[in-house]
Design a protein around this ligand. Structure first.
Ligand code: PNS
Length: 352
């Protein structure tokens, strides 16, 4: 075995003590290539260190310090010998002891590492591996990574709060974990909502179940003038979605893409009732995509009972004194009846 790259490149490591399964030069090389090859400082923790080959490779590639943890007496002697061979003895600490206990001590001393390497014996008990993995994030610095070498399928373990990728090299799986950044998914539900219908509310509710936050954007459509002012339309929506904690209602005066950018949204949610909706929605989605390629339009299929329902139908029925019960949410029934029938009367009077 040799050091693959860095300041000690090519230096030979000593003989492997019995019972230790060292990582092959090829896997070590691939592993460090996936990590970014070379480093500028920081500390590395090599758990179940065996011959210390992984930690030594990290020192050779630029890590400033390393802590090696190993229980087996002969393996500890091999690590010390390899540190002498590579000249890294002054940058290393070799701890003989049980990994779980050493982790506790390091955590108590508030030691942090940019890289934690873990190559446990393949026959390690699942419960021990799980317990060790669950403690590792407390030792990891903000941008740090945890590398686990394992003989089992990576899907059999994970680290809470971390996301991992796994590569397979023959019978060896190498999983690299980094902290999962918590990103909030914000979606915009745009429309004229003139007025909001039971179908709209169903789509908003379902979107709120998928995304962290939904902003209902009450917009104007230059191609058709709204009957009610946007403030009034927004007020009606607020009345019926007020019980949904992750939904807010806002007025959109400009372009939808600008509204989405201002609100940090990457998704537009629209309801699709039937094939007849598709053409216009497809056109709008393409136009928006052209203006802001990172913005995705997602369609939620309307419930069957809403497939015939539209704001224009509600306007017409309410305007002519018909019953819109079931077509708009119960809480705004009277307001819709009043506002849209009054609106129709004014229109008729104007015509007359
Ligand atoms: O309920 P509607 O009438 O289908 O809603 C249409 C709305 C408001 C979503 C759409 O007209 C819109 O996005 N308006 C904002 C102006 C805009 O961005 N136009 C260009 C994309 S079509």
């Amino acid at each position: 075995m040799r050091v693959v790259a860095g300041s000690a490149r090519g230096k030979r490591l000593g003989t492997v003590p019995p019972g230790v399964r060292p990582t092959s030069d090829r896997v070590r090389e691939s592993l460090f290539n996936s990590l970014g090859q070379f480093f500028d400082g920081g500390a590395v923790l090599d758990l179940y260190a065996g011959t210390g080959a992984l930690g030594i490779e990290a020192l050779s590639r630029g890590f400033e310090k390393a802590v090696f943890v190993e229980k087996d007496r002969r393996a500890v002697a091999a690590i010390r010998d390899n540190l002498l061979r590579t000249g890294f003895q002054d940058r290393a600490e070799v701890v003989r002891g049980d990994v779980e206990q050493v982790i506790e001590t390091l955590a108590e001393r508030e030691r942090f590492f940019r890289l934690i390497l873990l190559d446990p014996p393949y026959k390690i008990a699942g419960a021990e591996l799980e317990s060790v993995l669950s403690r590792l994030p407390v030792l990891l610095s903000a941008q740090g990574k945890i590398v686990v070498e394992s003989g089992v399928s990576p899907y059999e373990f994970g680290i809470r709060g971390m996301k991992g990728t796994t590569r397979r090299y023959g019978g060896t799986h190498i999983s690299i974990f980094a902290r999962a950044e918590r990103t909030v998914s914000i979606a915009v539900c745009p429309g004229s909502f003139d007025p909001v219908t039971a179908g709209h509310v169903d789509i908003i509710r379902r979107a709120a179940g998928i995304f962290d936050h939904v902003v209902v954007a009450v917009g104007g459509n230059l191609r058709k003038k709204a009957r009610l002012p946007s403030e009034e339309r927004a007020r009606l929506i607020e009345k019926v979605v007020g019980n949904l904690e992750n939904v807010t209602v806002e007025i959109m005066s400009g372009l939808l893409v600008d509204f989405a950018k201002q609100h940090g949204a990457r998704v537009i949610v629209k309801g699709l009732r039937a094939v007849s909706d598709f053409e216009l929605e497809f056109e709008q989605a393409q136009l928006n995509r052209n203006l802001y390629p990172e913005l995705e339009t997602v369609f939620i299929m309307s419930a069957a009972e809403h497939s015939f329902l539209s704001s224009s139908a509600v306007r017409e029925i309410a305007g002519l004194g018909g019953d819109v019960r079931g077509l708009v949410p119960e809480g705004i029934l009277d307001a819709v009846r009043e506002q849209y029938s009054a609106d129709a009367r004014v229109e008729q009077e104007n015509k007359g």
